[in-house]
Write a protein that binds this ligand. Structure first.
Ligand SMILES: [Fe+2]
Length: 194
């Protein structure tokens, strides 16, 4: 695959030097396609690392949560998250590519903040609300990221990749809605106790 990329780059370079005067537009389009494709793969690798980090962080949230409904929701999203890691592998496979190893510092930050918050809220009645808040921030980050790569896949005509990314996007949105609904239920229960 690297050799294919190299020959593509060489091709772009040759075209550039041979037809410098009249094919500027074509070259620019080719370069844009190649550079968007590389950015797409980079962001898929970033997302895969984010998902992997999450598979290690969610068990801590499950352990800390008081509400059984919240624990169950996070447990089922943990299973989905494991599927998201392998689905990103599948996206790369349909494109005949491999994802490189990468670290997602944004997810590291979200998880670190979640950990601090859970520590601060330990033993308080607002602990579950804090866990939901942290988990929703993670979901929104993922929804934004998947929305972007899905749009790029569509733009580049990678329909199989679009379908796979849409499946994950749907699961992330459903998880976010479930968390919002649990937050409301918990708030209602809290209110009726007063
Ligand atoms: Fe996910």
């Amino acid at each position: 695959m690297d050799s294919l990329k190299q020959s593509l780059n060489e091709c772009i370079f040759m075209n550039k030097s041979q037809n410098a005067e009249n094919s500027g537009d074509t070259n620019q389009t080719e370069e844009m396609d190649q550079s968007l494709h590389e950015l797409f793969l980079d962001q898929l690798a970033d997302l895969q690392n984010a998902e992997k980090q999450l598979t290690r962080a969610l068990p801590k949230m499950i352990e800390a949560a008081n509400s059984e409904e919240l624990r169950d929701a996070i447990k089922s999203h943990l299973k989905e998250t494991e599927g998201h890691v392998s689905r990103l592998e599948e996206v790369a496979k349909v494109l005949d590519e491999n994802l490189r190893q990468k670290t997602c510092p944004a997810m590291e930050g979200l998880i670190e903040e979640a950990g601090d918050l859970m520590q601060e809220q330990k033993g308080k009645p607002s602990l579950d609300a804090a866990i939901i808040a942290a988990a929703q921030k993670v979901e929104h980050y993922e929804i934004a990221s998947y929305g972007t790569v899905r749009a790029w896949a569509e733009q580049m005509g990678h329909q199989e990749a679009v379908d796979l990314l849409q499946q994950t996007l749907d699961e992330e949105s459903a998880a976010d809605e479930k968390l919002a609904q649990i937050a409301e239920t918990l708030a209602d229960q809290e209110g009726s106790r007063e």
